[in-house]
Design a protein around this ligand. Structure first.
Ligand code: FEO
Length: 131
């Protein structure tokens, strides 16, 4: 079963690019979670982890560019949230590839919890400015 399912009610921002990118992000997270919790080869888990983190970094940069272009007042707090997750992900990525950490059920749940908090609280807030 998928870890995350996108619905407009729960995650819709009223900003087309963000809603599209969030759905891709959920798909990448679901693939990583499935591989990590179903005994996939470590190389395949690593490939999914790298793909997810690369996409998250690009998505955050896209949102930040659009918020800055529109002079969104919540930019600084929003960017701080992004930076904190990227830092956590980069640390995990380094440790995974060094053989010092694994992608576990808890990792999947941590990212899900972060998105469940961030999208409704932070991303939906830019809707009126960016749409
Ligand atoms: Fe869609 Fe602020 O991340």
């Amino acid at each position: 079963m998928a870890l995350m399912t996108w619905t407009a009610e729960q995650y819709g921002t009223n900003v087309a690019f963000a809603d599209e990118e969030h759905q891709v992000l959920f798909d990448l997270l679901n693939t990583l979670y499935d591989r990590a919790t179903n005994g996939a080869a470590r190389a395949d888990v690593g490939e999914s982890l790298d793909a997810l983190i690369a996409y998250v970094v690009d998505h955050f940069a896209h949102e930040e560019k659009e918020m800055q272009a529109k002079g969104f007042a919540g930019y600084d707090a929003h960017k701080a949230e992004h930076d904190a997750l990227v830092s956590t992900c980069a640390d995990l990525q380094t440790k995974f590839h060094a053989g010092e950490a694994d992608v576990t059920e808890d990792v999947g749940q941590m990212v899900k919890s972060w998105l469940d908090d961030h999208i409704p609280k932070f991303d939906k807030a830019y809707g009126p400015t960016l749409s």
